[in-house]
Ligand binder design. Sequence first.
Ligand code: GDP
Ligand code: IMO
Ligand code: MG
Length: 428
Amino acid sequence: MPGIAIIGSQWGDEGKGKIIDYLAKNSDLVVRAQGGNNAGHTVVVGDQKYALHLVPSGILNPDAINVIGNGVVIDPQVLLKELSGFEERGVNTSSLKISDKAHIIMPYHKIIDALMEESRGKEDIGTTKKGIGPCYMDKVERIGIRMADLVDEKMFAEKLNFALSRKNDIITKMYGKEALSYEDMYKEYIEYGRKLKKYVTATEFVVNKAIADNKKVLFEGAQGAMLDTDFGTYPYVTSSHPTVGGFLVGAGVNARAIDEVIGITKAYTTRVGKGPFVTEEDNATGDLIRQKGKEFGTTTGRPRRCGWLDLVVIKYTAMLNGYTSIALMLLDVLEGFEELKICVAYSLDGKEITELPSTREELERAIPVYKTVKGFTQEEITEAKTYESLPKEAKEYVQIIEEYVGVPVNIISVGPRRDQTILRKDFF
Ligand code: GDP
Ligand code: IMO
Ligand code: MG
């Protein structure tokens, strides 16, 4: 059975964690293929809330194998803490497998992330300061330390020695800060390596075997397509590819491995960090959405910037990823607004356009062209169990999305819990 990919269709935090958890209940294998602990996926099971950063959300299904693929960057300190947090809550983590090719986030990556941001001044990106960008830089520069190195004491000593001497040059000569100690870092990290060794393997074989055996494989996206290094709002992007191509490389599978692509789409738009955001409502409307949607970051606690749904963005990311379904999330948050606005085009320098412009400058000049629709004010939709039982205006909102993007909205989420999910199609 070919896999299902879960992709954030906006700027992250669309509610991927909830849908991944929902589908992971029936999955045989769940794989993360890109990003690191910049991700924060919230899953609510009964009265229990889990915040996942690195461990795939399938960990809550005792029967699923969970894979952290080669495309992920791993902070071992964070991973071990997350694993012990699960064990304390009675969640078995023995099904985890970590790619031997995944790169390790080292202390100097986090320090350089913060120093780089500081040096940008008001041009900062607003990164999560988790060392994601600098770690991917080392991977591409070919001086990264991989999981296979971390679990091999001799290899780790060699690689760390080489990398740290260069990083200390940057930290001391460029930024005038104190050099980091090789000895302390070696001792601390080799201990992490010892603890993680049992999970480490060449995961591409595990994932491909599951596919060959016709198992149900779920690709868990982190971030969102608009944060993709190539296609997002560069330079206000992350350093990985949260698009379907990134999943193939990041898990080591071929293009036939995925045949269902679900674009996880918030019923409005949010973004954390800086960068252009055409439909932003930096006003009382945005404040109301933030308050109703509890829009504060899972990873950094930062208030998220809020605005109306932008279909120019969704149509663009649908094209890039080939969504076969859209999951419309947090629809309940829009309940109570008299009117709702949906962006259907941009006005750029007096011209109306529906193709997303490429540059930051154009995006900053773009003015949203809205279709205004009646809100759903009276009914309580958080208990709706079927599409038919949704208020008329909510159904119209769904139809506008389907018609504009040309993709069916097969999942509608009306609350954070598992049972607040309306399914219009069976997936696994
Ligand atoms: P992710 O990064 O895409 O996994 O999303 P986050 O977990 O960072 O943010 C989504 C938030 O919305 C979480 O707090 C979820 O529990 C919550 N959530 C998910 N779906 C719904 C929904 O349909 N309605 C409401 N009110 N909250 C939801
Ligand atoms: P999930 O998986 C929302 C944003 C950061 C910043 C930019 C670059 O929870 O949807 P980075 O630390 O990656 O170099 O920061 O990307 N960002 C996210 N925003 N959700 C995420 O993940 C994000 N991961 C990174 O805020 O703007
Ligand atoms: Mg998140």
